[in-house]
Design a protein around this ligand. Structure first.
Ligand SMILES: [Zn+2]
Length: 290
């Protein structure tokens, strides 16, 4: 496994300290073989003063961020890169309030940038399905509700959690998605979208799971109060709660899915050499919701 590498601030500034450097980097990612007009395929363009590229043939103005999560923002590229750097260099993540001060933007802009970064993480992870052996369960996120029933049937946010394991039983990739309920239909929707057909799913055998998982090999595991069953999955759930509480100071139902996406993105790339590079790649992926 390659050694994990953190990019120093000095190295970051050398690579991404100016608008030109950021734009050049994104240009290389978008057009590794040189400029190609997205409209007519022409390979020649003028660089405009606003940083766009105008096709010499059809005069279409192409931008390095068009169609990506950074599109149509007024924030300079240097601030986007700085935000990505700060997000990926601190494993606890960064709040909008911290980002606001670090990169001198308004709270609203900091909040917007972070929500776009988390969206990019989510989009990226949604392109992969878990496969092999999967631990699966539902979980509840939220503060304690006084005088109310704990666990299933409470007012807390409901979340599906799936974790793939390697052949030694160690965790590989993680997915956590909020859900309106844990009925059969929702379980099936989650599983079909996020888990490859034919995978083995281990769950605690809650009544709605079995009939919902007919596309998979379902292995119900016996519930034990000490929690040996679905051991890693329950560790992930506590770690996700700690991450969100620590960084965002609460477990709000609003934005929960976005915080979970960030936690999963980080976890699934914990052994990658550079989270920052993975994040840039995710930010450049084209989005359909823009
Ligand atoms: Zn053109």
């Amino acid at each position: 496994m390659a050694k994990k590498r953190k990019i120093s601030l000095q190295e970051f500034l050398e690579r991404f300290g100016t608008e030109e450097k950021c734009r050049e980097y994104l240009f290389q990612m978008r057009w590794p073989q040189g400029f190609v007009c997205p409209k007519c395929g022409c390979k020649h363009a003028y660089t405009m003063s606003n940083g766009r590229y105008q096709c010499t043939n059809c005069r279409y103005q192409a931008s390095v961020t068009a169609g990506t999560i950074m599109h149509r923002t007024h924030a300079p590229l240097t601030k986007w890169f700085m935000a990505m750097y700060l997000v990926s260099n601190d494993k606890r993540g960064i709040s909008a309030l911290q980002l606001q001060y670090q990169i001198s933007v308004t709270y609203k802009t900091a909040w917007y940038m972070l929500s776009r970064i988390r969206k990019a993480m989510e989009n990226r992870d949604d392109t992969h399905q878990l496969k092999g052996i999967i631990e699966f369960d539902d979980a509840f996120f939220g503060g304690p509700t006084v005088g109310k029933k704990r666990g299933r049937g409470t007012e807390k946010a409901k979340v599906f959690v799936a974790l793939s394991l390697d052949n030694k039983g160690s965790p590989l990739y993680l997915k956590m998605k909020t859900t309106k309920d844990i009925k059969q239909k929702s379980v099936k929707e989650f599983a079909v979208k996020h888990i490859a057909k034919g995978s083995t799913i281990k769950s605690d055998g809650y009544r709605s799971f079995g009939p919902a998982l007919t596309d998979f090999v379902h292995e119900p595991v016996k519930y034990t109060p000490k929690g040996e069953a679905l051991h890693w999955l329950h560790i992930m759930i506590s770690n996700a709660k700690a991450f969100i509480l620590g960084t965002y100071h609460g477990l709000p139902q609003k934005n929960l899915s976005s915080y979970l996406a960030e936690f999963c993105f980080r976890f699934s790339r914990r052994n990658f050499t550079s989270l920052f590079d993975r994040l840039i790649i995710s930010m450049m992926a084209f989005t359909v919701d823009d």
